[in-house]
Design a protein around this ligand. Structure first.
Ligand SMILES: [Fe+2]
Length: 386
């Protein structure tokens, strides 16, 4: 994360005695660190030892259900066609996957009776529809449409929706951390003046919910494609204080300040997060390019080492026909893409766009699942024919 944060009262020095109110029993310090002890970390103080476990059960092996004979073509599919019930974790439908990146959507229809932890993958969660409370050991914050929540692997958390009328999230799992790009930060980690967001735009846990209760609490841990249920004797939210750089946070897409050029600027100017194997960009409403002869729609292009995924949020997308809210297009490595017939001409002279979209550009091919097959717009790859 970009900056140091703390909640609760912490002792003056790390690794020293920190007594509870009785003056005799100790709070239990837990260091949560990344890249061994070499990168960002936080120190949490628990009421109870975080290692206490009553029982561990293997629940399931998660299968990805790949569409094995899928062709090398451009894809358009409608994620809103699926209505898998469940909570923020169990309702997920996987659409696109490679060893480093897994893209799901979910429409939560109830709240879980457990906490969840992803042991091997970091999670990016875009809230398309719905409001509620993000709950974690590091504290809680309220979420709303547009929030892009980043949860480091190993963080125990839950998402509690306020109601179940119309919730939708997009979840992207990554085996390497979601990083704020280096060129957005100065030598001290502070966001630079020309970064598209600043520290004030970052939503962080702002209050602790502390429970000193005994019982049998459920914790689901996903590790790769396997799922464990831990039964633990202490309420999982028993952290009384923490400090450090490793914690969940969110940036709302409506706070992203897009950049505009005299001529069409390529997608890297819309960068939000980078990982070792893919990037996430935010496309937001903005004025178009201001050269008098500029063509705002993108040119045809082939990225020889990137697969492009776009998730359409709202507004009229400048280069695509037939797109609706919740559409995803996949333009895979190996074939070109670009504006459909008429879209280039239509963009000439246009002064602004009201589009909101997410882009995930992966540096390795993505496999498509049967969920893509079942929600597919047939013959999208022929939509460039005049
Ligand atoms: Fe593209």
């Amino acid at each position: 994360m970009a900056f140091y944060h703390k909640l609760g009262e912490i002792p003056q020095k790390k690794h020293t005695t920190f007594y509870k109110a009785d003056g005799k029993s100790l709070y239990r310090e837990e260091l949560v660190s990344s890249i061994g002890f070499s990168s960002i970390y936080s120190n949490k103080y628990h009421i109870n030892a975080p290692t206490q476990t009553l029982e561990v059960k293997e629940l399931a092996v998660i299968t990805e259900n790949l569409w094995d004979d899928a062709k090398l073509i451009q894809y358009h599919f409608l994620t809103n066609r699926l209505h898998t019930g469940g909570n923020f974790f169990s309702a997920r439908d996987l659409f696109l996957t490679n060893p480093h990146c897994k893209i799901h959507t979910a429409k939560p229809t109830h709240n879980p009776d457990y906490f969840y932890k992803n042991a091997y993958f970091h999670e990016y969660i875009f809230v398309h529809h719905g409001t509620g409370k993000f709950v974690s050991e590091y504290g809680v914050f309220d979420f709303e449409p547009g929030d892009q929540i980043v949860v480091y692997k190993g963080i125990m958390f839950s998402m509690l929706f306020d109601d179940f009328e119309n919730n939708k999230i997009v979840v992207v799992e990554s085996d390497s951390p979601f990083e704020i790009p280096k060129h957005f930060r100065n030598d001290y980690g502070q966001l630079t003046e020309d970064a598209p967001f600043c520290e004030r735009d970052i939503k962080i846990p702002n209050r602790l919910e502390i429970h000193d209760e005994k019982g049998e609490y459920k914790l689901l841990i996903k590790y790769g494609n396997r799922l464990h249920e831990f039964i633990v004797p202490n309420h999982p939210l028993d952290v009384v204080a923490w400090d450090g750089y490793l914690y969940p946070f969110a940036i709302n897409i409506k706070d992203y300040a897009p950049k505009v050029g005299k001529l069409h600027l390529p997608p890297p100017v819309h960068l939000l997060f980078s990982t070792q194997h893919f990037v996430i960009c935010n496309f937001c409403p903005r004025p178009y390019d201001f050269h008098p002869q500029s063509i705002p729609a993108p040119y045809f292009h082939t990225n020889i080492d990137s697969a492009e995924v776009l998730y359409y949020i709202e507004g009229e997308f400048m280069s695509r026909k037939g797109i609706e809210e919740g559409s995803i297009t996949l333009h895979p490595i190996g074939v070109p893409h670009g504006p459909q017939p008429g879209k280039t001409e239509q963009s000439i002279g246009a002064v602004k766009t009201d589009e909101y979209a997410l882009m995930v550009d992966t540096f390795e091919p993505l496999a498509v699942t049967l969920n893509v097959k079942n929600t597919l717009i047939e013959d999208y790859y022929k939509s460039w024919l005049d």
